[in-house]
Design a binder for this molecule. Structure first.
Ligand code: DAK
Length: 258
């Protein structure tokens, strides 16, 4: 792959958008490679995924403006559908996904981070949805996921004004979970991913599904979704191991994802 790098550290996958010269902007090829990589991730041996951008300046500076500038209406729609398909796949990936936001997260970059479960930022991170200043609306889910993440009023303000939001403000808005100096970002994201990976993988995946699916429906349906996921964890080896260990006042054996 030319623009996406994928490596594994134990149970953690690290996906890097690798187009540093264009500040990791998303052109069609990047989106295709991103989709292929996400499709190839197996929950058998991967318990958490980190997505980041190459270099120290930019996570993703948006969709590729030069490629988009000449699109026809039909091509624009197809480009939007392609991005939306990939971002939805990331959101629906059974394992938790952490965005390690190492700089600019603009337009499609902010939207990519919003399709992840957790955003951790470096001190130089900058978030914005600059689309209305380019004559378009956010097109990779920004109008929906930003409002669901930081609330409707602040999302509207960001989208209508195109204002840039720095890391400290992103933290106070609840757009990111934590902020670290650039040099520590990946180390801290790995620590978080490894902490997640130490818990029972089937239970973590069930919790993600319950939260994601439950947030889209009324509370009664959501509780039913949770009950279904909760029930599914019983009779797994990991549940037996952990609860037996608790009853015997000892630590459980490492979880085996069964
Ligand atoms: N696209 C293409 N190239 C980009 C880019 C981008 N988004 N961002 C940066 N680059 C390229 C620059 O053109 C430059 O290339 P060369 O000139 O060296 O060849 C290189 O990266 C370095 O950028 P700068 O020289 O500009 O670096 P600076 O440090 O001076 O400035 C910057 C950094 C991030 C502030 C600046 O590059 C910038 O403002 N970039 C554009 C940011 C932006 O507006 N992003 C949002 C894009 S809009 C939809 C589907 C999708 C979308 C919308 C609708 N539908 C289907 C409806 C998504 C839209 C977007 O994401």
């Amino acid at each position: 792959m030319e623009y996406v790098k994928y490596e594994k550290k134990g149970f953690v996958g690290i996906l890097t958008i690798n187009r540093e010269k264009a500040l990791n902007a998303l052109n069609s090829q990047v989106l295709t490679e991103l989709e292929q990589t996400v499709d190839s991730i197996s929950v058998e041996d991967t318990r958490c995924l980190i997505i980041t951008g190459a270099g120290e300046k930019s996570f993703v500076a948006g969709a590729d403006i030069s490629e988009m500038s000449t699109l026809t209406k039909a091509e624009g729609k197809a480009f939007g559908e392609k991005g939306n398909t990939v971002f939805r796949k990331i959101e629906k990936l059974p394992i938790p996904v952490i965005a390690a936001v190492n700089g600019f997260a603009l337009g499609g970059g902010c939207e990519l981070s919003l399709s992840c479960d957790i955003r951790i930022a470096s001190e130089n991170a900058v978030f914005a949805q600059p689309e209305t200043g380019l004559g378009i609306t956010p097109g990779f889910g920004g109008t929906q996921r930003l409002a669901r993440t930081i609330g409707i009023g602040k999302a509207k303000e960001m989208i209508y004004t195109c204002s840039k939001v720095k890391a400290d403000e992103a933290l106070s808005l609840g757009l990111v979970n934590a902020v670290y100096p650039s040099g520590q970002l990946m180390e801290e994201c790995l620590k978080l991913a490894e902490k997640i990976a130490r818990n029972a993988p089937i239970a973590v995946r069930a919790a993600k599904k319950a939260i994601n699916d439950g947030m889209q429906v009324d509370i009664d349906s959501a509780i039913a979704i949770e009950a279904e996921q909760f029930g599914g964890c019983f009779e797994t080896e990991d549940q037996k191991n952990a609860m037996t260990a608790f009853c015997e006042k000892r630590k459980p054996e490492p979880f085996v994802n069964k």
